[in-house]
Design a protein around this ligand. Structure first.
Ligand code: UDP
Length: 362
């Protein structure tokens, strides 16, 4: 008898975490993965093209919740997923990351009484002004099984008094997606296709703390203009950031400074750009990890990170608009010392998840 495992994918950062698991479950005897797309991100480049890159099939179920306030999104996902799960309860539910759908589906699963597993559990920024931090805390509190990416996550959960029996350190699943597509990423040649010079930097920004506060956004735009004079930049712009930039006329300002603005890119083209970059400027969670894995200097425009191993073991440093240009200058001036990767950041996390699932479900 095969066990039905619900896998929830909602938004761009989820797809790289779900894909390796879906492939592992689909190939394993005794498991049947059911892919549920809640529809938090729905346009072609934020979703369909990334599904195609990661060789994910069309979702088994599409909840089509779309955008909205946090409460609207969380509520709509709960209502839709509750009906689906009540009609055909799974043997287990796996939720990933820290988006609203992660928490919404975990709440439904916990109340309907089937096992809920959180992949990427235990990360903490310590900053409750970040909506994702609330989702992380609440999802971990109600999940039965916590799959952690790094030892700091285990430490956070231990500090919160979580029973160690609920926790398995499986490693970083994002990097499984990188390894799954490494050959295509190496062959993609995105920088050349965009006509970028040999030495360039990549920018991504989308956190509300950076793009929703006009004064902060203006300072960041000015800082990127300063950096551009030293290192030509390409900026695949997230849809919410595109709106904010356009509203304030910053898109024209960046373009006039020479920053190359492009839309959000599918995964393989994006990772091709990152892999060839001299440095990356970001506020993304996933990008901090990918640059650390690839040994590329990463300057993170945030006051804190829920991924501290990217600083202690990786290439990451936290900066603000004022420190960005000098810190980038310093980072480019020195050869990075090679550091060992965090334990279990090896492209083999999905296999460990599968083994743990088999052990726990019996
Ligand atoms: N990414 C992508 N195209 C882009 C920008 C990002 O495919 O244009 C990928 C990249 O692998 C990154 C992931 O999307 O790690 C998630 O990034 P995002 O910044 O959207 O989310 P976060 O990790 O901050 O939650």
């Amino acid at each position: 008898m095969s066990r039905t495992i619900h896998l929830v994918a909602a938004a761009r950062p989820n797809f790289m975490k779900v894909a390796p698991l879906w492939h592992a479950l689909a190939a394993a005897p005794g498991f049947r993965p059911v892919l549920i797309h809640t529809g938090q991100h729905y346009d072609a480049n934020m979703s369909d093209a990334i599904f195609a890159d990661l060789r994910l099939p069309a979702p088994d179920h599409h909840l089509g919740v779309g955008s909205g306030s946090h409460a609207e999104q969380t509520g709509r996902v709960m209502i839709a997923y509750e009906a689906l799960a009540a009609a055909a309860p799974p043997d287990a539910l796996i939720v990933v990351g820290d988006v609203n759908s992660t928490l919404a589906c975990a709440l439904v699963g916990a109340k309907q009484g089937f096992p809920v597993i959180h992949l990427e559990a235990g990360l903490r920024s310590g900053d409750r002004a970040m909506p994702e931090e609330i989702n992380r805390l609440a999802t971990d509190a109600i999940s039965d099984i916590l799959w952690t990416p790094s030892p700091d996550a285990d430490d956070n959960l231990a500090r919160e008094g979580v029973d160690p029996a609920r926790i398995t350190n499986v490693g970083n699943i994002m990097l499984d997606s990188f390894e799954l597509t490494r050959g295509q990423i190496a062959a993609a040649g995105e920088a050349a296709a965009l006509g970028l010079p040999a030495r360039y930097g990549v920018v991504t920004l989308h956190r509300p703390s950076n793009v929703d506060v006009p004064a902060t956004l203006a300072a960041l735009v000015a800082a990127l203009g300063t950096v551009q004079a030293r290192l030509p930049l390409v900026f695949p712009v997230h849809p919410r950031t595109a709106q904010r930039l356009a509203a304030a006329g910053h898109d024209a300002e960046l373009a006039a400074a020479g920053v190359r603005l492009v839309g959000p890119l599918p995964y393989i083209r994006f990772m091709s750009l990152v892999a060839g970059a001299a440095a990356v400027i970001t506020d993304s969670g996933g990008v901090q990890e990918e640059t650390s894995y690839l040994g590329i200097p990463c300057l993170t425009l945030r006051e804190n990170t829920e991924r501290p191993v990217t600083i202690t073991h990786g290439t990451n440093q936290l900066v603000d608009a004022a420190s960005l240009a000098p810190r980038l200058e310093a980072a480019l001036a020195v050869a990075l010392e090679a550091r060992p990767r965090p334990p279990l950041w090896d492209g083999a996390t999905a296999g460990r998840c599968l083994a743990d699932l088999a052990r726990r479900l019996g």
